[in-house]
Each structure stands twice: as C-alpha cells, then as structure tokens.
Design a protein. Structure first.
Ligand code: HEC
Ligand code: HEC
Ligand code: HEC
Ligand code: HEC
Ligand code: HEC
Ligand code: HEC
Length: 428
C-alpha cells in the first residue's frame, strides 16, 4: 500500500512537473513572441521618431514614459496611450490634454503622426516592449567618453603603411650610420698602416659593389621591378574606378546617426529606390520633416542644422518659411558611365537585394563612401553567382513555369539564366 501510494504520488508529481514546465514554456514563449512583436511594431511605426532609451529624437526618448503619462492606473494609462497613438492629431488640435499641450510646445509644435492602423493589442505590445526595454550597457569607457564621430572620421587609417615607412627609414639611417662608422674605422686603420686608399664617389662605388656582388644586385633589381609593376597594375586598374571615393559634403550629414543610431529606414529618405531607376537624394523638405523640431545636434550643435534652414529658407525663431529656398548641393558619389543601365527597383524590389549588399555598412558610416567597385566585372560576377528569387515572386510566376519546362529537373536559376549577361540588358 505504501509502495502504491508512493508510486501514485511520484507519478502525480512527474505529471505535475511536466505540466507546469510546459506551462512555463508556453508562457515564456508567448511572452517572448509578444515582446518580439512589440519590438518589430515599434521599429516599423515609432522608431523613426522615438528612441526606446532616453535619447531625444524627433519625439521624446520613451524610457520611463509609462510612469510619466497621465491616466492614473494601468487601465487608464492604456486607454490614454491607445487614444494618443491612434488620434494624436485630434488630441493636439483639441488642445484639452494638458500633458500633450506641454510636450507639444517642448517639441517645437511638431505633431506626432497618428497611427490609426494599429490595433489596441498591438499598441499594448509596443508598450510592453518599451517597459521591458533595457538599454544596451556601454562598456567601461562609457558613453560620456564617446568620441565625436565627425572628428574621428577625418583620420584615415594608414597605420600599416606608416609602420612600414617608419621601419624603412630606421633601416636606412642605421645603414648609413654603420657605413660611416665602417669608413671611419677603415681610415684610422689605413692611417696607422700608412695605406692610402682611393674612395670612389657614390654612383661609382655602387657599380663597383654591384660588379662584386652580382647575385645580390640581380635580386634587388628584380625586387624593384616587381614593385614598379604592381604599382603600374594598380594604377591602370584604378582608372575609372572610384571605390572608396569619399568627398566632403556641404552639410556634415551622418548615415551612422540617422540610419544607425536613430534607425531611420533607408527608403524613408531614398524612397524612389523602390519605384524606379534612381534611389535619389532626399530634398531639403525631407530633412525639415524632422529638423523643424530637432534644432540642435549632439556633436555639431546648431552649426550644421542651420545650413538646412538656410537652404529651406526657414527661420527657426519665428517658424516661418521665406520664398527663396534652394537645393543643398550634395556631391554625387556613385556614378556609372552613361553607357551602362542600372535600375534600383529591379534589384531592391524584384531581386530582393539589401542595400548593404552593394553599398556596404552604410548605417555605420559617418561620412559616406563608395563601397563597391561598380565595374562591369562586379555586376557580371554577382549575376553569375546569385539565384533569382522566383518562388512566390509575382514578377516571375509565368517565367518560372517556362524555365522549368525548358530545363527539366532544374529549379534554381541564376541571374545569368534569365539573360543577365546579355550586353543589351545593361547597355543601351
Ligand atoms: C513622426 C514622428 C513620430 C512618430 C512616427 C511617433 N511619434 Fe510619438 N511623439 C512624437 C512627438 C513629436 C511627440 C511629442 C508630442 C508632440 O509634439 O506631438 C511624441 C510623443 C509621444 C508620447 C508621449 C511621450 C512622453 O514622453 O510622455 C508617446 C508615449 C508616444 N509618442 C508614443 C509613440 C508610439 C507608441 C509610436 C508608434 C506607434 C509613436 N509615438 C510614433 C513623434 C512621433
Ligand atoms: C535621413 C535621410 C537618409 C537616410 C535615412 C538614409 N540616407 Fe542615404 N543619403 C542621404 C543624403 C542626404 C545623402 C547625400 C549626402 C551623402 O552622400 O552623405 C545620401 C547619400 C547616400 C548614398 C550615396 C549617394 C551618391 O551620391 O552616390 C548612398 C549609397 C546611400 N545614401 C545609401 C543609403 C542607405 C543604404 C541607407 C540605409 C541604411 C540610407 N542611405 C539612409 C540621406 C539619407
Ligand atoms: C545591386 C546593387 C545595388 C543595390 C542592391 C542598391 N544599390 Fe544603390 N546604387 C547602385 C549602383 C550601381 C549605383 C550607381 C547608379 C548610377 O550611377 O546610375 C547606385 C546609386 C545609389 C545612390 C545614388 C543616387 C542614384 O540614384 O544614383 C543612392 C542614394 C543609392 N544607390 C541608394 C540605395 C539604397 C537606399 C538602396 C536600398 C534600398 C540601394 N541603393 C540598393 C547599386 C545598388
Ligand atoms: C526621420 C527624422 C530625420 C530626418 C528625415 C533627418 N534627420 Fe537629421 N537628425 C535626426 C535625429 C534624430 C538627429 C540626432 C539629434 C541629436 O544629435 O540628438 C539628427 C541629427 C542631425 C544632424 C546633427 C548631427 C550631430 O550630432 O551634430 C545633422 C547635421 C542632420 N541631422 C542633418 C540632416 C539632413 C541634412 C537631413 C536631410 C537630408 C536630415 N538630417 C534628415 C533625425 C532626422
Ligand atoms: C549583388 C548582386 C548584384 C549586383 C552587384 C548587380 N546585380 Fe543586376 N541583378 C541581380 C539580380 C538578383 C537580378 C535579378 C532580379 C530579378 O529578379 O529580376 C538582377 C537583374 C539585373 C538586370 C535585369 C536582367 C534581366 O534579364 O531582366 C539588369 C539589367 C541588371 N541586373 C543590371 C545590373 C548592372 C548594370 C549592375 C552593375 C552596375 C548590376 N546589375 C549589379 C543582382 C545583382
Ligand atoms: C550586368 C551588366 C552588364 C552586362 C551584361 C554587360 N556589361 Fe558592359 N559594362 C557594364 C558596366 C556597369 C560598365 C561600366 C563599368 C566601368 O566603367 O568600369 C560596362 C562597360 C563596358 C564597356 C566600356 C569599357 C570599360 O570597361 O569601361 C564596354 C566596351 C562593354 N561594357 C561591353 C560589353 C559587352 C560587349 C557586353 C556583352 C558581352 C557587356 N558589356 C555586357 C555592365 C554590363
């Protein structure tokens, strides 16, 4: 009987522990799923203007917002938040919400964009994500010691070359000094022994040495030839190739601050990349969407942002526009010759290629540079290697069938298989 009871309890315990761990498992996953959802929703709808931490962007940093917003208890606050996110324009225009009136003034009358497409649950998911958000810990050097990225970017990294050059100079000095010492010793020795020696001037001296050391001389000449050849090759290959081209722009605009730190999506500014041939450079109006509110930068103060106002002919003190706006004269970095045809939307939308595949880690660049070669070989190389994403791609429904019909048993196709190597596709 005791054994039976024991058995029973242990079975019961096992069952209970399985059940409860399953429960924990489900809870854990649903909550992390939920948090993930909140993170994505936040990134897509709010991150253009808000940081989840304390940093001020177009709108306030949302760290600790839950404690400061009105509404009283949990339910009241939720109601307030849902209403604010869905109807911010109405709340602002109504002018009855003291909290918002104050905030609106503090943010230079910049109206938060209403987000009526979000459901109540989605807004709560965003709130949960924000409340649980832990800002990444800065390392010991700390953010207060963070260097000004605009100054750092001016120092190009030539460390290796400098080291080699330094080493070469040290060797040269040493060789000259040793040769001098040797000669001095020799001449004191000669003096003692009463020998007179004829010293040849430098070039003759060199030829004499070469005559006596044919193997070493041959080797050194070969080395010099190789170095010259490599330099010549580099130079000819470099003609018309501007990889790494990084001109100084009229305004110190940083992709690292905008696309990186503040998570603004590439196509917010380069929206025509999804629509047509050119990605385009944003007009000054796009800058004003945010910079009407953000009048000071962390690193450059008002110096650079005031150039935006000058271009837009906007007076931040009165908040009024003049009638003489002029475009900002950005210096073009990427430039294919006219004989070649390249289309952004073909690659970004149909081909589903990330901007970074061709442009490199733009979101880390304080000053933008050309990342890829942009040569014909570069285009062709990728067309040979890359599979066309045809499954579920409306653009190819018909073609995929035809290609599968033609190449039986094959179901992945590279860009070259759809004609990506034909001269006429890239040349007018
Ligand atoms: C276009 C920019 C913009 C977007 C997008 C945006 N906000 Fe805002 N938000 C603001 C601004 C600006 C304010 C300050 C009030 C004002 O000027 O309208 C603000 C204020 C707030 C506040 C009050 C902050 C505080 O410190 O009390 C909350 C909460 C808030 N936003 C949440 C959200 C959420 C959630 C989203 C995404 C669903 C979102 N916002 C999207 C610009 C934006
Ligand atoms: C806030 C607006 C904004 C965002 C967001 C933005 N850019 Fe830009 N981009 C600009 C401006 C302004 C320029 C011109 C100044 C410069 O070259 O730095 C530019 C220039 C470029 C250029 C070089 C254009 C040329 O002259 O050849 C590339 C490439 C580029 N951006 C890619 C990206 C990518 C990729 C992203 C996303 C990771 C991105 N941009 C996000 C505003 C933006
Ligand atoms: C398959 C490679 C590739 C991809 C992917 C790509 N680009 Fe480009 N991008 C280029 C080339 C090549 C040029 C030069 C075009 C020219 O000079 O006609 C260019 C030029 C640009 C320019 C300069 C202005 C212009 O339109 O010529 C900007 C800005 C730019 N790209 C942004 C982007 C952004 C943003 C994305 C992602 C949404 C992106 N690119 C994706 C290859 C690419
Ligand atoms: C979607 C919002 C948004 C847009 C659009 C935008 N910016 Fe910004 N910009 C920001 C934010 C956020 C900051 C960071 C402010 C800070 O340092 O606290 C910033 C900072 C800056 C700074 C100061 C950097 C520093 O740290 O000193 C300059 C200069 C600047 N932006 C130029 C531009 C230009 C030029 C354009 C248009 C091509 C533009 N911005 C478009 C949001 C935006
Ligand atoms: C990172 C890879 C990559 C690079 C680099 C690249 N392409 Fe492409 N390209 C693709 C892919 C993938 C497609 C297929 C897109 C699609 O599904 O239609 C494509 C398609 C094309 C097409 C249409 C081909 C057809 O048969 O419809 C043209 C034209 C083209 N690319 C031109 C260029 C040029 C010009 C360059 C260089 C300046 C270039 N591409 C660089 C990946 C690349
Ligand atoms: C995937 C796109 C693509 C295809 C396919 C392509 N080209 Fe090109 N071609 C380019 C690009 C981009 C340039 C300009 C690159 C540069 O200036 O280095 C170029 C440059 C050239 C040039 C100018 C010389 C030079 O190197 O600058 C010639 C000639 C040329 N291509 C011939 C051809 C011929 C012939 C074919 C067919 C066998 C062909 N191309 C197929 C993209 C392509």
């Amino acid at each position: 009987m005791r054994i039976f009871l024991n058995k029973k309890t242990s079975m019961y315990q096992i069952f209970r522990s399985i059940a409860s761990s399953a429960m924990v498992f489900v809870l854990f996953f649903s909550s992390s799923l939920f948090a993930q959802d909140g993170a994505t929703l936040f990134k897509n709808n709010c991150a253009n203007c808000h940081s989840p931490g304390a940093k001020r962007g177009t709108g306030p940093g949302l760290q600790g917002f839950w404690d400061r917003i009105p509404g009283g208890d949990e339910a009241g606050k939720t109601k307030w938040l849902v209403n604010w996110v869905k109807n911010s324009a109405a709340v602002i225009n109504g002018g009855k919400d003291e909290y918002i009136n104050k905030l609106y003034a503090e943010y230079n009358n910049y109206p938060m964009q209403a987000q009526p497409h979000l459901s109540d649950d989605e807004i709560v998911a965003i709130k949960d994500y924000l409340v649980n958000y832990v800002a990444p810990v800065e390392d010991a050097s700390g953010s207060s010691a963070k260097k000004n990225p605009f100054i750092e970017s001016e120092q190009k990294d030539n460390t290796l070359l400098n080291w080699l050059l330094g080493l070469a100079i040290v060797f040269l000095v040493l060789a000259v000094a040793l040769a001098g010492i040797k000669r001095n010793l020799q001449s004191t020795l000669d003096e003692k022994q009463g020998v007179t020696r004829q010293y040849l001037p430098f070039p003759k001296n060199l030829f004499k040495w070469m005559g006596e050391h044919k193997l070493q001389a041959g080797f050194i000449i070969l080395l010099i030839k190789i170095i010259l050849l490599v330099m010549l090759y580099d130079w000819t290959m470099g003609i018309g190739v501007y990889q790494g081209y990084q001109p100084e722009q009229p305004i110190k605009f940083s992709h690292a601050i905008h696309a990186g730190e503040n998570g603004i999506s590439c196509v917010y500014c380069h929206h025509s990349a999804e629509k047509g041939k050119h990605a385009g450079i944003p007009s000054v109006n796009v800058c004003m969407n945010c910079h009407k509110g953000i009048q000071e930068g962390t690193w450059t103060g008002t110096k650079e942002i005031s150039k935006i106002y000058a271009a837009a002919d906007y007076d931040p003190a009165t908040g009024k526009y003049g009638d003489n706006p002029k475009p900002i004269e950005w210096i073009k970095i990427h430039n294919l010759p006219d004989l070649a045809y390249f289309n952004h939307s073909q690659h970004v939308v149909v081909g589903q290629i990330e901007c970074q595949t061709c442009h490199g880690p733009v979101e880390e660049m304080t000053e933008l540079y050309q990342h890829s070669e942009l040569t014909m070989g570069w285009c062709i190389d990728c067309h040979r290697k890359t599979e066309v994403k045809m499954e579920g791609n409306g653009y190819y429904n018909k073609m995929l069938g035809e290609l599968k019909e033609k190449h039986k048993g094959v179901d992945v196709f590279k860009v070259e298989d759809i004609g990506g190597l034909e001269c006429s596709k890239c040349h007018y």
